[in-house]
Design a protein around this ligand. Structure first.
Ligand SMILES: Cc1ncc(COP(=O)(O)O)c(C=O)c1O
Length: 501
């Protein structure tokens, strides 16, 4: 199942190889004790009750804590090292925002509490809505979507509802560039649209001529990421938005890369009607892929009635929730992930206008500095000035030395770096996509470039076995296919799987 890696580098525990939780188990041991029963015991007799006891590990609280702490320490994290994962933007989450979000006056509030007792929380939601609209050039925002992909679906459902209400049901096609994040076409499809792909040109931008050919009276809209997934600012963005609007379509801005342009340009000014932003990427909140994150959607005035609610408003010096008139409904329970949204507001206030205006510039500066060094080691996919991230390709090394993007990513782990994103965007063969973010120092960027240089030189040696990398980590190359195809979370089944392997 696993090749490469060095199992002998696993830390010993009490002089022995690290035990599994099952091996730690001892009958009768408990991590918690309940008080003695002081009410009559009730026996439940029901056919659906299990006949035998669940075979759960029986461990003490300390053993349990040590076990999971050991596992956690084997993980790579933003707080442990450089995580240059392009497009996913793994950036530092300031402790100050955490400390505010942990304050019991925010953390322990039940979302059903009446408005008169939660005016502070409503103010948080109201203020961040205003800030986000100011930053994106939009008019109204909803914080219901729990992640970027959910924001996309929200935006697409808004377009759908708008078309239905305006009797434009012939408009069934959503145009998506071939460089887009996979969630874009998936969201368009989930919302019931037909996805039409537009090609990227040799410079890494939307091919305008092809776009003109594709647009027709059935065009419902375009989803565009800007800066795009190649890390490039779409130079013809105004022409693109004109083409779509002239055909009566709506413009959806995938604002996952807002961190590159915050403070310098706004999707609303580029003509876009809807934008989602991934709060974790721009406003340094924890990331929750599809889960406990926040992917708010902001729209222009004419779409405000379709937003998912509740949305905070301020009327007669009192904050309250309202549900937009023709809302597409809810994308999440209650008010979205409130504590994540709160962290983003704290980050905005911490940086202030001046800080937010320069955030994007630093992200771009770091990426350009790193790309100038990396491009001397592996060629860039597009020879254009990058924004906050850049894409390289090892397709030539694959031809000459069989070195794949996967091998480079694995070898970087040995040097204490997380791998950059590999094989994305799909249109770049053997892609490695780097995103340093604004918080990395020049020294860290230099270290990455130096490590990359030595790795590429090592991997070209005749006597090496590419599959041996990473060499110094407890886990080498787990088989990623088997767990994806045959997910099993049961210990017994796992053993069985290992044997059949
Ligand atoms: C360009 C782009 N769009 C959309 C998404 C989806 O965002 P999320 O992971 O928050 O669902 C991502 C995620 O990294 C992205 O990079």
């Amino acid at each position: 199942m696993v090749s490469g890696g060095n199992a002998s580098s696993l830390p010993l525990v009490g002089g022995k190889p690290e035990p599994t939780i099952k091996e730690l188990s001892s009958p009768g041991r408990r991590a918690s004790n309940f008080p003695k029963l002081d009410v009559p015991e009730v026996k439940i007799n029901h056919e659906s009750l299990k006949k035998e006891k669940a075979r759960l590990p029986e461990v003490s609280e300390h053993d349990l804590v040590m076990h999971y702490s050991r596992l956690a320490h084997r993980n790579f994290a933003v707080d442990l090292g450089f995580y240059p994962l392009g497009s996913c933007t793994m950036k530092y989450n300031p402790r100050f925002a955490d400390s505010i979000a942990s304050d019991s006056r925010f953390a322990n509030i039940h979302p059903s509490m009446p408005e008169e007792f939660t005016q502070g929380c409503l103010k948080v939601m109201y203020e961040i809505g205003n800030y986000l609209c100011e930053i994106t050039g939009m008019d109204y925002a909803s914080f219901q979507p729990p992640a970027g992909a959910s924001g996309e679906l929200t935006g697409l459902l808004i377009i759908k509802k708008y078309l239905e209400i305006n009797n434009l049901i012939n408009k069934t096609e959503i145009i998506v560039p071939d460089s887009a994040h996979g969630t874009n076409p998936a969201s368009a499809r989930m919302a019931g649209f037909t996805v039409v792909e537009v090609e990227t040109d040799a410079r890494g931008m939307v091919n305008i001529e092809k776009l003109k050919e594709i647009v027709n009276e059935n065009t419902a809209g375009l989803m565009l990421t800007n800066p795009n997934t190649g890390g490039l600012f779409e130079e013809e963005i105004l022409t693109i938005s004109q083409i779509i609007h002239n055909a009566g379509g709506l413009l959806y801005y995938d604002g996952a890369n807002l961190n590159a342009i915050v403070g310098t340009s706004r999707p609303g000014d580029m003509g876009f009607d809807i934008v989602h932003s991934n709060l974790h990427k721009t406003f340094a909140t924890p990331h929750g892929g599809g889960g406990p994150g926040s992917g708010p959607v902001a729209v222009k005035e004419f779409l405000k009635d379709y937003l998912p609610g509740p949305i905070a408003e301020n009327k007669d010096r009192k904050y309250n929730w309202y549900q937009p008139e023709n809302s597409i409904g809810r994308m999440h329970g209650y008010h979205g992930n409130f504590l994540v949204t709160l962290r983003a507001l704290v980050y905005m206030k911490l940086l202030g206008k001046e800080g937010l205006d320069t955030l994007g510039a630093y992200a771009v500066l770091n990426a350009r500095y790193l790309s100038s060094k990396v491009s001397k080691i592996i060629p860039l996919a597009y020879d254009e000035p990058c924004m906050h991230e850049f894409v390289t390709s090892v397709k030539d090394l694959k031809k000459s030395h069989k070195i794949k993007a996967y091998d480079v990513g694995k070898a970087l782990l040995d040097k204490g770096f997380h791998s950059p994103t590999i094989y994305f965007p799909l249109i770049v063969p053997e892609a490695l996509m780097f995103e340093p973010t604004e918080t990395q120092s020049k020294e860290t960027l230099d270290d990455l470039a130096d490590s990359l240089k030595s790795i590429i030189s090592d991997l070209q040696q005749e006597d090496i076995v590419l599959e041996d990398y990473p060499k110094n980590l407890p886990v080498g190359r787990p088989n990623e296919l088997i767990p994806a195809k045959f997910l099993t979370v049961n210990w017994g089944d796992f053993e069985l799987l290992e044997i059949t392997e």
